[in-house]
Design a protein around this ligand. Sequence first.
Ligand code: ZN
Length: 286
Amino acid sequence: MTETVDALAGLVAGGGVVVLSGAGLSTESGIPDYRGPSGAARRHTPMTYQVFTRDAQARRRYWARSHLGWRMIARAAPNEGHRAVARLQAGGLVEGIITQNVDGLHTAAGSPRVVELHGRLDEVVCLGCGNRTSREELDRRLREANPGFDARVAAVNPDGDVDLADDEVARFRTVDCTFCRGGMLKPDVVFFGETVPAARVSRCFELVARARLLLVLGSSLTVMSGRRFVVRAAKLGIPVVIVNQGPTRGDGYAALTVNAPLGRLLPALADRTAGDAAAGLAGVGR
Ligand SMILES: [Zn+2]
């Protein structure tokens, strides 16, 4: 791994790095990567915006599963990979972070200036009036509306990746917006079939255009919403480096691809660049 770290450090040490992160960075925090190496084992079809808004039964099933899965997300803590990115940023090498993750773990690791491309799971938006509330508050309301639900289901699905029986779903009570009284609530994340707000996309393109290097961490770049930044960087002649376990759909644009576990590689990279900077300050030639 030393050679890999050397090669990466050589590229990152010049600064101006923009990070594009995906699910692979959060798997070591216990959040499943449905599109990564284990993607073939995906058990559930992702919810689309169209189904969520039009099908009351599907929406009830979504909230019932999400209500239980939320415990896992709420408990998740940043891992060594997130912390290493925050260190690179504190060291002035990383200019900005674009993340496809909705878990908020970059921010929890202390990174400022994170563009959360697909939103955040800990926020809830009303599709009727646009009011935003915290997921914590919704969690409390859902628990009150469904006494005993958690305990019954948790006994069957301790890992939080929930398969719910139809009768459990049928008994689950969803809740509506209290602000406009009756508006439909949705996690403030971008569902499949939904577009990322244009202003947010523009901010990302601006970040990429100013980058000296685009560093992709833990994304298979399956969906265009993330891959377009790789394509843009390549068009602008900005080198792209991809660190991911397994091949990605952006490999053809990359100057360097690295297949390594992020939780080990990134701390080594942060140590190495910090060491180089310290050596430079001390005037020590190598
Ligand atoms: Zn509302």
